[in-house]
Ligand binder design. Sequence first.
Ligand SMILES: [Zn+2]
Length: 227
Amino acid sequence: MTSQTLPPGREVQVCFHGIGRPGRTLEPDEDWYWVSADQFQRLLDEICDWPLTRLSFDDGNSSDIELALPALVERGLHASFFVLAGRLDQPGSLGRDDVKALVDAGMEVGNHGWTHTPWPDVAPADLGLEIDDARVALSEAAGTPVRNAALPLGRYNRRVLGRVRASDYRSLSTSDCRVARPSAWLVPRFSVRSSDTPDVLRDRVEAAARNPRRTALAANGIRKRWL
Ligand SMILES: [Zn+2]
């Protein structure tokens, strides 16, 4: 992929989840988004060559610190890690010390909620736990303010967007499989799937870059239960 592949003023956001062997019981369909350690290295080598591309890692799996961070540092890459506050220090997930280590290595830590419940399904009275309390817990672990968030399972509605905006987040990441505007508050990302080879991932992103509207509609039509 070259800079000519992207429409002017757009960038690509790629989101990983777990890498290698999970250290906890996965949620239904979550295995569709885990990649092997070898696959991760190959995908990262492919993405390294892309222009205007940002990386993120959702869910706060322990593979973030064990496999992702060394591979990023080796390649001189930066990424955002959207962590589930309610899983901190749980088996298979990042500990508070790991969150601090990510920040110390130059990575960004963002909020992915407390329970991984899609925010449209959370009662209004309970959204504070997901959006505000989780942010406080992660900021304390990181030793620096958390300013960005990513939606659990990529799901949102008008109520959720309004609530997150009211909490003064700088950005909110989705899983909408579209190229992104760098200045946008709502940030679409391509979630890497377990079936992705470097060629398949590149083809998906290039197809979306060629025809953003058509790809967005297709993505909505086949929305998965788990993202
Ligand atoms: Zn997630």
